[in-house]
Design a protein around this ligand. Sequence first.
Ligand code: UDP
Length: 375
Amino acid sequence: MKKIVFVTGTRADFSKIKSLMLKVEQSQDFELFVFVTGMHLSHIFGFTSTEIDKYHFKNIFKYINFDKYFQMDKALASTIDGFSKFIAELDPDLIVVHGDRIEPLAAAIVGSLNNILVAHIEGGELSGTIDDSLRHSISKLAHIHLVNDERAKKRLMQLGEDEESIFIIGSPDLEILNSNELSLKAAKEHYEINFKNYAIAMFHPVTTELNTIKEQSENFVLALKESGKNYIVIYPNNDLGFEFILESYKSLEGLENFRIFPSLRFEYFITLLKNADFIIGNSSCILKEALYLQIPRILVGSRQNKRAGSEDCMRVDSKKEEILKAISKVHKMDFKQVSTPQILNSSQMFFTYLQSGKFFAINKQKAFKDILVKE
Ligand code: UDP
């Protein structure tokens, strides 16, 4: 039986890979191992590993990769160390990572240096921040690419990746989005949300803007307060500068039109998002789930500058007056025609490729496809 390790470091990647993990877990041909690390094991960020526990995976390993400062480079080093020890004993056949954070980068480094196949989900995307550097680095280490669409595929080829190693499977969270049947009543009850109307606010730090994050998050919070609307506010991730955002959220505590959470369970989050008046901030979810669901969306600041779909949002700088103006107009937002993704069976596509043996036939010796050389 082939051993497959999935690495998860945040709520963001778990929501996108869990349908794939479940396929592997249920199969007779493969054995699933889940390596849980990063924000999942931090109480500050909602200790979301409890969400993973609910799936009762047989083989689950938890590794704390941070200290109290959440320094990203040190967490990278720690994850390399922990994951290296983990796979040394396990000797897996395939490592599956997702996205653009230090945990998948660590796992891709460990896999490639130990001659173990690495599959990377959602490479070839652009956002416009440090995430791009991390994502492209992971792509350069991974042997197999499971991408969203043709554009992502082309960008990977631009990075010198072999077309044969790139498989378009769509964005795996969208299939959950479609099948999620949790009612709004259940979601509101679960999180004790009493508002009739509300918006969702999610603001993350941009690491290269460290010296203005305090000011940006204060502007964001002041604008939300002055708008007089009801908000479900969700904590940022643990990227450099997150403390400034958490500090400014302190002034929202106890206000009756705000409910603040470190993290919501994915299905509950989706139900609340589907029924929100709008979403505001700089989460990738604005360009993914909210775009797909056609929820009015205000993108604040530069974090998603380059992501596809950003042109179909209201976009403002992190300035109080600009944000307030956008909030006052958001209900009139004029939606352009968004081409909805066609692929809504990503997990089955992934599993079919897995079973076909195609992944295991891929050469672990990568070859750079040089545009200067005609083949
Ligand atoms: N998400 C979730 N619960 C939450 C907030 C987010 O399940 O409370 C999921 C959701 O799928 C969202 C994804 O995490 O699309 C990414 O959101 P986040 O803003 O945390 O990260 P980003 O991708 O912007 O770095």
